[in-house]
Ligand binder design. Sequence first.
Ligand code: AMP
Length: 447
Amino acid sequence: MTFDKLDLIEPILNALQHEGYTQPTPIQEISIPIVLKGKDLLGCAQTGTGKTAAFAIPILQQLYQNKTNDKIHRKIKVLIVTPTRELAIQIGESFTAYGRFLNFRHAVIFGGVPQSQQVGALKQGIDILIATPGRLLDLQSQGYVKLNELSIFVLDEADRMLDMGFIHDVKKLIKLIPAKRQSLFFSATMPDSIRVLAGTILTDPEEVAVTPESTTAETVQQEMYYVEAANKKDLLIHILQDKKIATALVFTRTKHGADKVQRLLVKAHIKAEAIHGNKSQNARQNALRNFKDRSTRVLVATDIAARGIDIDDLNLVINYEIPNIPETYVHRIGRTGRAGLEGKAVSFCDVEELEYLRDIQKLISIDIPVVKGHPFEAEFELTDKKSKVKPKVATRGKGSGIDPCKGKRRVGSDRNVSKPQASKAPAHSDAKSENTSKKIFFRKDSK
Ligand code: AMP
């Protein structure tokens, strides 16, 4: 499939060529025609799947085709709301790239910086507004943002938005935009809370989902350490004593856990910062910058916060806790070993996490080699039989890999997206969670 099969206009095709894109990613292939038809869309996909272009390209085309003569005073026709400044900036860059041969103006607004420049851009008149919720409401209440001409609304990274406590802002916002509009809603996971929110925004949507990766990068060397939970901190410090490790990304399951690990590393004189949903955008961005330029050696992150992090040359991923969703493991270790570079992923497994390990190994069809003889080695083993040990999280999802968009699943980054296996199969077996929207699912090729 090539982009010219998608009925795109010449200026957009030229821009895509300019970007060096040869093929649409699966989410683009399916979503672009839906959005061009003016339909509402519920997209289950995360950063890295090409989802920004999946909405930006057809939005630009619609604007072009419905062009009015309001150039003298442009009105906001498209609003994209996204939870973080980083994402807002990235989306703005995408509109610049795909719209380079079109004559539309956009502005990006977010909090934590003075508003004067943003107000200046709004006053000049724009067609597309990309915003984080807080600053958007703020400028709207001051009269700088007029949304009465809006025809397309995009809510991006909805699950992260809720995780960051933006639910009330989003609800307020929905009341401010015209009821007659096209709405596009994206989330990496689709727990019930997100489906409920989507239901208040979308009308008869088409549903598109990218299923998680089920293979682990071949370039990533994987190791498993069996260790008692209480010894994990010492094992972490022990591993990081190796000065050859220039950068390490440490994953924890919770925000609180991330802070705890960061503090214990700092206490051990290992430069570390933590990123998670409770940190301010500024703090997260600074931590990320310090990690990328290597002034911070260790970044401790939760899964949601680490989404979209793209770090070249990452030496090591450490799973301080084994994720209870097997696809999350694949996504985490995919942060290293990028672009064919060698990478390493080590995981700390305590006795209560053996169940999770079993699910992961089943998903990736690999027995992860166990490191023997380390100073904190615990006395247990993974057997073929179901462990009698009760898992810590009793409600964790069963039936791994069925539907990433159900429950608290996290989808693997489908970065190197390959062609969909033409599956248009309904992914929900649970009739209760079915709604009337049409669902189109596709699965990444697995090796
Ligand atoms: P996103 O999921 O929107 O954050 O996109 C992830 C990355 O994929 C971005 O760097 C895009 O520039 C890139 N990308 C998006 N679509 C394509 C495509 N069709 N071909 C190649 N790269 C793409």
